[in-house]
Design a protein around this ligand. Structure first.
Ligand code: DP6
Length: 331
């Protein structure tokens, strides 16, 4: 009897509250610092992997289309790592995102979490434990390790492949926090996050950042544990602006923010400071704003965003579930 070496998995993307920006090891994606994130319920990647002894090379399908460019190469290089440890055969991989491409949502996070899980599950030898799965996801894309667990997650940066793992801080039902992704631009970014990590690693501000990050991490984890929105919001906004400052003052400069991003930040701060609406923001390596509030204010925040940016798409996320293996195969 031949075993079917096929499995499927889904994983949510995540938004970093404390950012991963700068690596100490580029081969294994070992970060310069620990980070914290919320798993995003509405930004899901589903992937099927089928190991096939008949294949002469990997076949990669993203969003229904075969890809032969850099993206396919990155998937194949990742499969090489799995092949080094397990089998030598090639694979057919199909992957789809629930969210539209170019929304600035980290598809590499959900993508490599789902790919790692599906590829290892498809070997049919049982899954490694959750912590080892976070290592596998991180080897594909650093932020992907935080997409293995549900809710609120900490990536303990560590200093090598063994020690760099993520762990859950709190489950999704701990706190009804919302993250509205405001899609202001779909243009591809001029400087990829992988390149951005390299620029950051040689940035003179990074030493100062590392000095105060441990205290900020503790404060963020405390605010999460206490569901203290005002404290968390202030810390997360400050963190986002600090990382943007490093991005835009790097060599070369990565200026991800658009005029619309800045306009909306001013509007949001005025809703908070002048009108008393408890709302904060964070940013990733892109122009789209992530707007944070508690569930009790989500409707008011949605109305404000719809009025202020009527053409922007809004994606409202709750703390999302863990990555899972399932039988809804794409192949
Ligand atoms: C700004 O995880 O995409 O989203 O490890 O090179 O794949 P690679 O980088 P990636 O970097 C994410 C950077 C960020 C911040 C974060 O998610 O913590």
């Amino acid at each position: 009897m031949t075993r079917t070496l096929r499995a499927s998995a889904s994983a949510c993307s995540n938004i970093a509250l404390i950012k991963y920006w700068g690596k100490r090891d580029f081969e294994w994606n070992i970060p310069l610092n620990d980070s914290v994130s919320m798993t995003l319920s509405e930004a899901v990647t589903t992937t099927t992997v089928e190991w096939d002894p008949e294949l002469k090379q990997d076949e990669i399908y993203l969003g229904g289309e075969r890809v032969l460019d850099q993206r396919g190469l990155r998937v194949s290089r990742y499969l090489d790592r799995i092949r080094e440890q397990y089998y030598r055969m090639h694979a057919r991989v199909a992957s789809v995102n629930s969210f539209p491409a170019g929304t600035g949502i980290a598809s590499s996070a959900s993508g490599f979490a789902a790919l790692g899980l599906a590829a290892i599950a498809a070997l049919g030898e049982g899954l490694p434990d959750e912590v080892e799965m976070t290592r596998w996801a991180r080897r594909g894309s650093g932020s992907a390790c935080r997409s293995i667990q549900a809710g609120f997650v900490e990536w303990v940066g560590g200093d090598d492949d063994a020690s760099s793992v993520s762990r859950q801080l709190a489950s999704p039902d701990h706190w009804d926090l919302r993250d509205f992704v405001v899609v202001l631009s779909r243009a591809p970014k001029a400087i990829s996050s992988s390149e951005g990590h390299r620029i950051a690693a040689r940035h003179p501000f990074m030493a100062a950042r590392q000095e105060h990050l441990a205290a900020r991490m503790l404060a963020v984890k405390g605010a999460l544990a206490n569901r203290d929105m005002a404290t968390l919001g202030a810390l997360v906004e400050h963190e986002a602006m600090e990382v943007q400052a490093i991005m835009m003052s790097g060599e070369p400069s990565a200026l991800y923010l658009q005029g619309e991003t800045i306009r909306l930040i001013h509007a949001l701060r005025s809703w908070r400071e002048d009108e008393g609406l408890p709302v904060w923001f964070t940013l990733d390596a892109g122009p789209n704003l992530h707007v944070l509030c508690e569930g009790s204010h989500a409707l008011a925040v949605r109305r404000k965003l719809e009025a202020a940016a009527p053409r922007a798409e809004l994606l409202e996320n709750r703390p999302g579930p863990a990555a899972t293996v399932h039988d809804d195969h794409l192949l």
